[in-house]
Design a protein around this ligand. Structure first.
Ligand code: NAD
Ligand code: IPM
Ligand code: MN
Length: 354
């Protein structure tokens, strides 16, 4: 029997609806493999901020530091400024635990009609490796002269040799294990200073991995190619902001934002990694029980794989694929009328643990 302690942060909006779906799948599939999960649930959220003045307690990171992994639903709620919810919870966790790789896989499942004609089911199977702790999401910058005609905002992008090298190395390693192709998202045509540096480091690291075919694409052209011919991509590595944008775009190619999982990985394992679907708290549909749970359930599969349970993870992923291939059940974002709960039940049935 293996027992894992998971810090569970459902958060806000549909985060609270999709997290139980992920846990139900973890528990049921885990049980078949002799794995149990003990969840410590934390109410860190916008609701907590409104009641107590902080998204999480001052010693929040210490409270989850020794868990095997963190599972987070989503944060953000109308009425609480996003910079408060994000800098008060999400970003400190990612940075404090050096989760410098954000892994975001995308598949077009058989049975899911992509809005993109070129995205044929079965052919699109790619991973966005997003740099997750520096780049454009820096703390350096500010706003001056609020309310005056000369009001301005400045933000520095921070690219370090160590930070770029380690995420590029991770992406090259992943490409080696997959199809052997890596695309680097860039904008190096002399306008942005940071990205020629990124390109140099990519070239330097790629030279040490001759088994991987590395290409660079400007982010604007890459966005277009991802829509026109997504099947040509295998692993895509990008800066924090580029990776953020490309992963929502790729999720949309695969049917919608609710389809995509994410893992914030601390590769050295000196800190816990954090698992959260790509989507946010979706205030527009929150409270109705209709959120697509696939992103969260697939995220649970990534958690299983990270904790060494590759077989259980593969079972969860194929159960999702089976529901799409063999049933007509779809949540409203995919044109159906299934609920979060009914879709989750179908995944459990498909996994043989319903
Ligand atoms: P969002 O992902 O919450 O929603 C974008 C659109 O996609 C909405 O129309 C929503 O209904 C739809 N959608 C998202 N997930 C879905 C699902 N599982 N099933 C069906 N439809 C789904 O992004 P947003 O509107 O830009 O942000 C809303 C809030 O979430 C903001 O406060 C934002 O800061 C926050 N946010 C948090 C995270 C996170 O915690 N990791 C990520 C992104 C956004
Ligand atoms: C994501 C989200 C976050 C990000 C926001 C909410 C800060 O969009 O996880 O993709 O940009 O990292
Ligand atoms: Mn995003």
């Amino acid at each position: 029997m293996t027992n894992h302690r998971i810090a569970l942060i459902p958060g806000d909006g549909i985060g609270r609806e999709v997290t139980p779906a992920a846990c139900a799948v973890l528990d049921a599939v885990g049980a078949r493999h002799g794995i149990t999960f003990a969840y410590d649930e934390f109410d860190w959220s916008c609701a907590r901020y409104l009641a107590e003045g902080a998204m999480m307690p001052a010693d929040g990171l210490d409270r989850v530091r020794h868990h095997d992994a963190i599972f987070l639903g989503a944060v953000g709620q109308p009425g609480v400024p996003d910079h408060v919810s994000l800098w008060g919870l999400l970003i400190p966790l990612r940075r404090g635990f050096r989760q410098y790789v954000n892994l975001r896989p995308i598949r077009v499942f058989e049975g899911v009609e992509s809005p993109v004609r070129a995205a044929r089911p079965g052919e699109v199977d790619l991973v966005v490796v997003r740099e997750n702790v520096e780049g454009e999401y820096s703390e350096i910058g500010g706003r001056l002269n609020r309310g005056f005609p000369d009001e301005l905002a400045v933000q520095e992008a921070v690219f370090t040799r160590a930070g770029v090298t380690r995420v590029v190395d991770y992406a090259l390693g992943l490409a080696e294990q997959r199809g052997g192709r890596l695309t680097s998202a860039t904008k190096s045509n002399g306008i942005v200073h940071t990205l020629p540096f990124w390109d140099e480091l990519v070239a330097e690291r790629a030279a040490a991995r001759p088994g991987v075919a590395v290409e660079s694409e400007h982010i604007d052209a890459l966005a277009a190619k991802l829509v026109l011919d997504p099947a040509r991509f295998d692993v895509i590595v990008g800066s924090n902001l580029f990776g953020d944008i490309l992963s929502d775009l790729a999720a949309a190619v695969a049917g919608g934002i609710g389809m995509a999982p994410a893992a914030n990985i601390n590769p050295g394992r000196e800190h816990p990694s954090m698992f959260e679907p790509v989507h946010g708290s979706a205030p527009d549909i929150a409270g109705r029980g209709i959120a697509n749970p696939v992103g969260a359930i697939w995220t649970a599969a990534m958690l299983l794989a990270h904790l060494g349970h590759a077989d259980a993870a593969a079972e969860v992923e194929s159960a999702i694929a089976d529901v799409f291939a063999k049933t007509a059940l779809r949540t409203p974002d995919l044109g159906g009328s299934a609920t979060t709960v009914s879709f989750t039940r179908a995944v459990l049935d498909a996994a043989g643990v319903g």
